[in-house]
Design a protein around this ligand. Structure first.
Ligand code: PLP
Ligand code: TYF
Length: 398
């Protein structure tokens, strides 16, 4: 069976991670894969997570299966986090949430659901988008198309082209929108642009699939779901995929969720039976530990406040690194204007660096960015920022 097998290329991002690990340069800088790093370059476990884990260690009574759609406590907690405490959808029967293995698991179940209930629907993703979106939806057997998003000339959202594309989509198609902290560009719609987008999506009868992987990493827990809330207000149906990997620092625990919003509660029950079927055919039921941590934190006032403070600390550090890098490049009279980096949101930035410039940084300075010029701003710290500025200034003079 395996003798004729051809190897296929792996994920370029994960290959970059390995290349960084193997680089002996003591001054190397990792701006590659999207995990948060603190000022010492570590990806820490949040203190509040440790506290929740010690509570669970003492109180958890069973490791029994938790069912295909996962923890029943997690669903309302995540719904409130995304939609707001008293949102009319909550408890209406029009929204249901299934716990999944990470945001990726949620995306895959969403793809499988679309393929099961409307196989002719296409999923439209932004150009560019997180590369795994293509793999995951291909795995589900759903056709993927792209809509314009990034205006390289202006380093901004290509809003007019995006809106024009939405008006051309077939009603009943699905449009994937990043709730905030767009991966890979770092460019999010402004509130008024979100109003335009949600209006266009609703008018066209396209179903929004909102990928919410960085709530709290951009401007704040509330601010980062402004667009999401407009979309669910204006569209009768929506899908939301949530990841708790970044905002709880629970990357390897695989905590996420798929929320399904339908026009009626009857449709919701039927659709969730399809969701449960997709899950059973795939991984049967999700892992419990990470979701139990999130439930413990979100359902306790003290722990929740502590989480919000630790999340704010991560967010503020990223924002400080953005402004400090821009300031530093100005101070060393860098000839290119990088001020847009300070305006972008979340962990990632499309830096505008070309592939040649990225390779120069990697080969000459041990600085690892993605070939597209995407940098993980969280990889910058007080200890490496001057070296980074110096190297960028050299790279752009090639
Ligand atoms: N969606 C986007 C836009 C992401 O960047 C990521 C990244 O990791 C995910 C989804 C999936 O996250 P998870 O690690 O929870 O599967
Ligand atoms: O874009 C990133 O860097 C993160 C992490 O297959 C990631 O979203 C990257 C690739 C991948 C899984 C996670």
């Amino acid at each position: 069976m395996f003798e004729q097998v051809k190897a296929i290329p792996g994920d370029a991002l994960l290959a970059l991670m390995v290349a960084f690990k193997n680089d002996p340069n003591p001054n190397k800088i990792d701006l590659g894969v999207g995990v948060y790093k603190d000022d010492t370059g570590n990806t820490p476990i949040l203190k509040v997570v440790k506290q929740a884990e010690s509570y669970l260690l003492a109180h958890e009574l069973s490791k029994g299966y938790i069912g295909a759609t996962g923890s029943p406590e997690l669903a309302p907690l995540l719904q409130k986090l995304m939609l707001g405490e008293n949102h009319p959808l909550i408890g209406s029967g029009r929204i249901a949430t299934a716990q999944t293995p990470g945001g990726t698991g949620a995306l895959r179940v969403a793809g499988d659901l679309i393929n099961a209930v409307k196989p002719e629907a296409k999923i439209w993703v932004s150009d560019p988008t997180w590369s795994n979106h293509f793999h995951v939806f291909a795995g589900s057997g759903v056709e993927v198309r792209t809509y314009p998003y990034y205006d390289a000339q202006r380093n901004a959202l290509a809003i007019d082209q995006m809106l024009a594309c939405i008006t051309q989509m077939t009603a009943g198609d699905v449009i994937l929108l990043h709730a905030s902290c767009h991966n890979p560009t770092g460019i999010d719609p402004s509130f008024s642009q979100w109003q335009q987008i949600s209006k266009a999506v609703a008018e066209r009868g396209v179903v929004p699939l909102i990928d919410c992987a960085y709530q709290g990493f951009g401007e704040g827990l509330e601010e980062d779901v402004q667009g999401l809330r407009l979309l669910v207000e204006q569209c009768p149906e929506a899908l939301i995929t949530t990841s708790c990997s970044k905002n709880f620092g629970l990357y390897n625990e695989r905590v996420g969720a798929l929320s399904v919003i339908t026009e009626t509660s009857e449709a919701n029950q039927k659709t969730m039976s399809q969701v449960a079927n997709c899950i059973r055919a795939n991984y049967s039921n999700p892992p419990a530990h990470g979701a139990a941590i999130v439930c413990t934190i979100l359902s306790d006032n003290t722990l929740r406040q502590q989480w919000e403070a630790e999340l704010a600390e991560m967010r503020d550090r990223i924002r400080l690194m953005r402004t400090t890098l821009v300031k530093h490049l100005k101070e060393i009279n860098c000839s290119r204007d990088f001020s847009f980096i300070a305006e972008q949101k979340g962990m990632f930035s499309y830096s505008g660096l070309s592939k040649e410039e990225v390779l120069f940084l990697r080969e000459q300075h041990g600085i690892y960015a993605v070939d597209t010029g995407r940098i993980n701003v969280a990889g910058i710290n007080a200890n490496n920022i001057e070296r980074l500025g110096f190297a960028i200034n050299q790279a752009i003079q090639l």
